[in-house]
Design a protein around this ligand. Sequence first.
Ligand code: ZN
Ligand code: MN
Length: 475
Amino acid sequence: MKYKESDGIVIGLEVHVQLNKLNSKLFCGCSPRYHDAEPNTHTCPVCLGLPGALPVLNEDAIVNIIKVALALNCKIEKQTLFYRKNYYYPDLPKGFQISQYDYPIAIGGKIKVNGMGGERHIRIKRVHMEEDPARLVHKGPIESSRYSLIDYNRSGMALIEVVTEPDLRSPKEAREFLNALRNILEYLDVFDDSLDGALRVDANISLAGGARIEVKNISSYKGVEKALLFEIVRQKNLARRGIKITQETRHYDEKRGVTTSLRTKEEEHDYRYFPEPDLVPLGVCNRIDEIRGSLPELPDIRRQRFVQQYEISDYHAKVITSELRLADFFETVASEVDNPLLSATWIADVLKGELNYRGLDITAFPPKHMIQILQMLRSKKITEKSAVQIIRTILDEGGAPPEIVKRKGLLKIEENIIASAVAEVIKENPAAVQDFRNGKNEALHFLMGQVMKKTHGRADPNIVNKLLREKLQCT
Ligand code: ZN
Ligand code: MN
């Protein structure tokens, strides 16, 4: 553990979410699906900032951001304004970013996370809309790269920025927060998480007595936790040497896992925000109820429903609903296999573990295979051990359960065959038999293991146990 509560860690996040499922960018008709495209092929006068080009607001982007804001329990503002945030950087062709300032779309929400000492509510300060700058590509590390390449395909993409209050108390909590947020966004179907740069985070962190440090543009979930851990160690080391921590903006180097200084922190007023004259103030109140009505069932609600409807544990419900596709998978299986508890256990504990181990997701496993496996288990045609073997075989070699059962000879074996294996084992292990009769219970486990080995894990352990006890007691 690199940090403790007495370090006085205070973390706030600014999360940028790219609305990459829209049909066009935020202010022009260019396609936002550029991720596999050649650089600078999805551009037009608007997103290149050419003189005379005017922005036209994408209505669907506003619908999406309202969905997100409602899902985060925010209050939607009656009227909202776009602003120009002025600064020069090569990725910003207009010399300003169209963003929002004192009239954001939404304020005051919260997200529930599993934090230090149980469940905590992390407050959302605001949710606003802005345009994405272009993408800069460097050769090697940013500080030593001899040139930058600019790809304007990303310029003008719709971005949602979710800003938290400084409520997070550890890097782990920050990760939990991002997981919860990602989960909600996935259910809302507003972005494709798998695309490069779909979610980027600026993290503010301070330790007791030190100034606030901002780490810019962290582009992975794991990166956020690592960058924050790095900052805690760095800031603690400076403090130990009596060096005062002053306000600063830093860059996170994903490859090296370190943060490097970019500049001493600028203040908000340095950006000379002023209302964007090319966009009128926007009133959205007439559509809020309609949008609220269109919201899907969100992760928390679905988790509660799973606990009530299927009577599965809250832990299983949480694991299963933490991924939309896994939750759908469970419901498909549970509707066919008349035992939700069994389905939940095998999906959340066994299948999920096997998938994680192989770096796969649930799309690698058809639900109908799970249904067949669980039905064979329920009708006692296979043992649990064989069920695991079938799952592994499907993931590693492909194939379907009935065929794998046949090919690998996994049908559970009959009681009379188990009985003869039991008899052989008793004959072959007189010492263990004697131990058992002298009251050593471990000897029974040993003998059971021998029978299971002889029957290649295809014997029902309950029957083995029953037969062994009978034989040992009567001979
Ligand atoms: Zn464009
Ligand atoms: Mn921003």
